[in-house]
Design a protein around this ligand. Structure first.
Ligand code: NAD
Ligand code: GLY
Length: 380
């Protein structure tokens, strides 16, 4: 783990935790705690600029935009807010252009700092806008969903969707800082909390079985939004993610393990139509399918699959896969999965569990995958 301390943590609210991501001159800190929004110390050391722009959406803006703007006003001469439509279906060129329209319309220069206030959709789009506006301006992630705090705000993947595939257009571009104010999780709908838990659960089977044990023991507390349980889940998830990304920032190998459940999951999201199943719901079900595929290939036993399936159910997530095409369901899944970014020359690559706590990226015979898809679409 990176031990450098880029932030004067003693000036932050009591109990604030910090995880650092070691990426050379792109290193940054992830602050995790309560009341971080309003605390001036959360913003110490960020780049100076004439203008700060908060990018958020129509759901999050009335909840938190004014508080963030008030906190930024002493630091930046001009602070304004861009409000995007809410939803995965709006993770598009059109929404990205709304950000550019605002930045150009307001005369924002190349030092302008963008603040992504919201979940993973806002974070991914704001990051992509920051990567490309005037060939790159700094940005800060202020994630307000559990999913964004444990995963999408960390590691610099930014993207929009294309009708033919999820997150297909984007860039690797690291934020200057991630500010996880855990208090924002109090207003998160339960369905979104569950979706975030899918990405928390993910870290256990791929990297840390002790964390999986902890999640099992604390699932009721997590579902009840116990602040200590949530704080630990966010911190531990960020520790695991930063450890992986620190070794493989641009996913030339190891980082792909963070996509456990995503090959099936992205097919579900695209096949159902973006926004029908939440990303975390699709990943939860996708993890069950990937675990079954691992079992079919002799990598884990049935007890491991049952254990993971039960935990995903306890998180309130679906574990029966949707039928994407009444005529040719398997064909539709396979076609969608071939568009996955891990595919090479049309060969689908899956993140599989190669014994508890260890992941491997590999292909599988279409016939075996087909049987897993068929079995996964039938309620147990
Ligand atoms: P989201 O951004 O759509 O947010 C979920 C919903 O919660 C939205 O309606 C949002 O407006 C609302 N919301 C956000 N914060 C709230 C709060 N505090 N209180 C009340 N409502 C709130 O979805 P998400 O699950 O945060 O993110 C999913 C996206 O993240 C997907 O597009 C996925 O591809 C992406 N993702 C990216 C990475 C990455 O590494 N970049 C990793 C995982 C997921
Ligand atoms: N969410 C997967 C990754 O960041 O690589």
């Amino acid at each position: 783990m990176n031990t450098q301390t880029p932030h004067p943590i003693q000036t932050l609210p009591l109990l604030t935790q910090q995880v650092n991501i070691a990426l050379g001159d792109r290193s940054y800190g992830i602050l995790i705690g309560s009341e971080l929004f309003d605390c001036d110390a959360s913003y110490i050391g960020l780049p100076a600029a004439a203008c700060a722009v908060i990018v958020t959406n129509e759901t999050v803006a009335p909840l938190y935009a004014q508080r963030l703007a008030s906190a930024l006003t002493p630091r930046y001469p001009a602070v304004h807010t861009v409000v995007l439509p809410d939803g995965e279906v709006y993770k598009t060129w059109e929404s990205l252009n709304l950000i550019f329209d605002d930045l150009l319309g307001q005369g924002c220069d190349r030092k302008t700092v963008l603040f992504a206030l919201g979940g993973g959709v806002v974070g991914d789009m704001t990051g992509f806008a920051a990567a490309s506006y005037m060939r790159g301006v700094p940005f800060v992630q202020v994630p307000t969903t559990l999913l964004a705090q444990v995963d999408s705000s960390v590691g610099g993947k930014t993207a929009i969707n294309h009708p033919l595939g999820k997150n297909m257009i984007g860039a690797f571009y690291q934020p200057q800082r991630v500010i996880c104010d855990l208090d924002t999780l109090k207003t998160l709908p339960l369905r979104e909390l569950s979706a975030g838990l899918a990405e928390v659960i993910k870290y256990g089977p791929i990297a840390d079985m002790a964390f999986l044990d902890w999640i099992e023991a604390n699932m009721d507390a997590l579902m009840a939004r116990d602040p200590q349980a949530l704080a630990y889940a966010v911190k531990q998830s960020c520790e695991i993610k930063t450890h992986v990304v620190g070794q493989d920032e641009r996913e030339s190998g190891l980082r792909a393990i963070l996509n456990f459940g995503h090959t099936f999951g992205h097919a579900i999201e695209a096949g159902m139509g973006y926004g029908q199943w939440l990303h975390g719901e699709a990943v939860g079900c996708g993890m069950v399918m990937a675990a079954r595929l691992s079992e079919s290939l002799g990598l884990v036993d049935a007890a491991f699959v049952a254990r993971l399936t039960l935990l995903i159910q306890r998180a309130g997530l679906p574990t029966v896969a949707p039928v994407l095409d009444a005529q040719d369901n398997v064909g539709r899944y396979l076609a969608l999965m071939r568009v996955d970014k891990k595919s090479e020359a049309g060969e689908i690559k899956f993140v599989l569990i190669d014994g508890p706590g260890q992941a491997v990226v590999r292909s599988a015979p279409d016939g075996v995958v087909a049987r897993v898809i068929e079995a996964s679409c039938i309620p147990a």
